[in-house]
Structure formats: C-alpha cells, structure tokens
Design a protein around this ligand. Structure first.
Ligand code: ADP
Ligand code: ASP
Ligand code: MG
Length: 406
C-alpha cells in the first residue's frame, strides 16, 4: 500500500530565523516518523521578498519583470536549503529542490505566472528513497526555461498544487496565526478563529485583503476539492479547515471583515453622457492590462457625468498616463486620482438569504462618522470605500456591529 502523503507549507515568519527553521524541521520529522511521506514547501525567510523588491526599486522605477523573477525567486532557494540542513541534523534524509528542478511548468507572465503542469517524477523518486522533499515555493519555470514567480503569497499556491498532483492526504499551511480569523487579528484584538470555512467565503476573504491565504491558492483548492488546514507553526493546536460548503455554515450570517489598502480611485470628470463612451474607456483600459475593481457613474444632469473606478495603487502612474489620453479622446474635462482610500468588506454566505446586512454596515460606519465613498456588492459580500486613515477603525466597528468577537 502506498504511504500516506502530506504537504506542509511554512510561511515567511515560520522560517524567519534558524530557530524557527529548526522548529519547522522538528515538525516535519515528527510526521516522517509517524509514517508519512512529507513534501514541504517554504516561503522566503521573514521579509526577504520585500527586501529584495526594495533593492530593485532603489535602482530603477521600471525593472524588467524577468529580472525581478530572477531576483525574488532566490529567497525561497535560501530557505529550502537551510530547512534541508536542519532536517539532516535531526537524522532524517531530505533534499531541497527549486521549482525548476521539480518541473513546475508555468506560462510566461512574469511575477504572476500560472501553473500549467507539474512533473511529479522527481518528487516521487526522492520520496521513494525515503527523503523528505523540500520544494521552493512561489516559483516555476516557463517552456523557455526562464524562472517565473506565481504572484505574492504564491507559496500557498505551490503547496495546494503539489497536494493536488501528489494526491496528498492533507495540505497544511503553517503560518504565524492560529488559523483564519473573523478579521485580521493584528487589527481586531478579539477576532475569533474560525473552525471551518467554505472555499467560496475564503476566496472572497482572501481576494478582499485577508492575507492569510493567497486567493489563487484557494481557487485551485476549490476547483479540485483539496481541503486546506491553516494552522500555527508555533503550536500543535488545530487551526481552520477550508472545505466545500457544509450545511451548518449557512447559519452564519457574516463570517469575516477585511480591508484592502492597495487600491486607488480614478475619476474622470464631465464625461459626455452618450452610448458607447464607457465601452471605449474601459475597452482601452482592459487592452492595457489594467485591472478594474469598482465602477461608479453619477447621474447626468447637463449631458455630462462623472465616472470613477478603483484600480491597483501600485501602478497608478501607468494607469493615469493612459487615462489622461482617454480623457482627451472622449472629450471629458479632466482625470484625477486618489490613493488615500481603503476598501472594507463584510463577507458571509448567510447574506444570500438574509437582508439587512447592508443597512447594518452603513449604520455602523455612520455611527463613527466614517464616510462611504463607493459601494459594491455581490451575493456574499458588501464592500465600501472609505478614507485610508479610517480603515482600521471601520474594520473594528463592523466586527463589533456584526457581533463577531470572542
Ligand atoms: P505567511 O508568511 O505565513 O504566508 P502571511 O503574512 O502571508 O503569512 O499571512 C498571515 C497574516 O495574515 C497574519 O499574520 C495576519 O495578520 C494576516 N491576516 C489578515 N487577515 C487575516 C484573517 N482574517 N485571519 C488570519 N490572518 C489574517
Ligand atoms: N515569498 C513570497 C512572498 O513574499 C511568496 C510567499 O511568501 O508565499 O510573496
Ligand atoms: Mg502568505
């Protein structure tokens, strides 16, 4: 009978220094001793990825994306090698491998590459020889043997994808909190750990700012029905299980509050109010690969209207260059941007069958004199754009209003 196989991913804080690496190694070895085949994925040590990106941005405003991938993929190569040594020290066999060595094949979109295929032969061979296999997270290789990375937080995706192709019994994500909480525990002190959450809700939470899992990893887990267990690398306690929707989950109205600070609002003023204008504006924006989140158009009074949308703040310069051109070509008056915004969201499957969530949300924000700039809704979430400096207060207020605390 084949052995039970487990995939364990250790995040940056969980391998931040040699002490933490030894801690991770002890856990890995304990599973090996219990008879598991263990495949480990690690992130880069601590804040290494940010530090490497900081170095690049000191040199240039527009670095080559290929070179960025060459640069930031080094972080994970360091952590896998050190973890392998720590496992050796405990008397077990282990081997570290880069994404390319494993055969994690991706497309060519640097910094946000998609996994096309994973060759399991090398991993299977090493496992068969009794080794713990330690794979560098966040990275792959395209068909031209160029190194690629999978987007920030991408080690989660490496872990889920490996769990899928290796038919793992479990996929554990070890991090610096005890699981998925009703809000970021750094912002809300009495946030509550969730025992279970559905893929659908987790995907919304992750997409709307809950950093604890990369949204794309949740998408893949959901597609292939791979349960994820998010837990702390510093304790033996059970964390949060992310699975298919189960009946009991529907009784919960709201499961979490999130905040995203990485967006900016762009406004086009006095846009001629005619058919086809929005299509032209957003057509051009889409053609240039700029992602749009919320869109608001005001009521037109004088045959002109104002149009606002939110987009990623990090490439606002590029967006504004384009938007200024568009403004001219459609005959609008001017375009401005505002980076001082944040988006707070309330997420929950229970919203489908209950009304009143929006009203409670708006009332709670109003009670703290927090002005709402934009609103968007979907079946299981409501998001409001507020001033950035009010964002954390908004999260705490909503957490309380929906009685989510411990
Ligand atoms: P890792 O390095 O392990 O991948 P991350 O920093 O990417 O860890 O994610 C863990 C962090 O996510 C936590 O320290 C926590 O502050 C933050 N976080 C944000 N929202 C949530 C949430 N709803 N539940 C748990 N953690 C959250
Ligand atoms: N080190 C990468 C990042 O910081 C990948 C990860 O941590 O998952 O985004
Ligand atoms: Mg992470």
């Amino acid at each position: 009978m084949p052995k039970k196989l487990i995939v364990q991913k250790y995040g940056g804080t969980s391998v931040a220094n040699t002490g933490r690496i030894e801690n991770a190694a002890r856990r890995v070895v304990s599973y090996k001793k219990r008879g598991y085949d263990v495949v480990v994925v690690t992130s880069a040590l601590g804040d290494t990825t940010d530090e490497l990106l900081g170095l690049a941005s000191k040199l240039t405003k527009s670095p080559s994306e290929r070179e960025i991938d060459m640069l930031i993929s080094t972080g994970e190569q360091v952590s896998v090698a050190l973890l392998a040594m720590a496992v050796h020290k405990l008397g077990e066999e282990a081997i570290s491998l880069t994404g390319a060595q494993v055969g994690i094949i991706t497309d060519s979109s640097h910094m946000k590459a998609r996994i096309i295929d994973i060759n399991v032969a090398r991993i299977r061979k090493e496992l068969a020889e009794g080794k713990v296999v330690i794979v560098a997270g966040f990275q792959g290789m395209n068909m031209d043997r160029e190194i690629t990375t999978l987007g920030r937080g991408g080690s989660d995706l490496t872990a889920v994808a490996l769990a899928k192709v290796l038919k793992a019994e479990a996929c554990e994500i070890y991090t610096d909190v005890a699981g998925v909480y009703t809000a970021d525990p750094r912002i809300v002190k009495n946030a509550r750990k969730l025992d279970r959450i559905s893929y659908e809700e987790m995907l919304e939470l992750a997409s709307l700012g809950a950093q604890v899992l990369q949204a794309r990893s949740v998408e893949v887990a959901s597609k292939f029905n791979i349960p994820i267990h998010v837990r702390s690398s510093l304790s033996a306690k059970v964390g949060t299980l992310i699975t298919k929707e189960v009946k009991a989950m529907e009784e919960v109205l709201v499961s979490g509050i999130t905040v995203t600070k990485g967006e900016a609002k762009v406004t086009l003023r006095d846009v001629p109010d005619k058919p086809g204008i929005a299509a032209r504006i957003f057509g051009d924006i889409a053609k240039n690969g700029i992602n749009i989140d919320m869109i608001i158009q005001n009521v037109s009074r004088t045959g002109h209207t104002d149009l606002s949308f939110t987009t990623t703040a990090s490439d606002i310069q590029k967006t504004m260059r384009l938007v200024k051109k568009i403004t001219k070509s459609v005959g609008a008056k001017e375009a401005t941007f505002d980076k001082d915004i944040a988006k707070v969201s309330v997420v929950g499957i229970g919203m489908r069958n209950h009304s009143g969530v929006a009203a409670t949300m708006f009332r709670a924000l109003a009670s703290k004199k927090i002005n709402i700039d934009m609103i968007s809704t979907s079946e299981i979430k409501i998001s409001c754009v507020v001033r950035k400096k009010k964002a954390e207060e908004a999260v705490r207020t909503l957490h309380k209003a929906f009685k989510l605390g411990r």
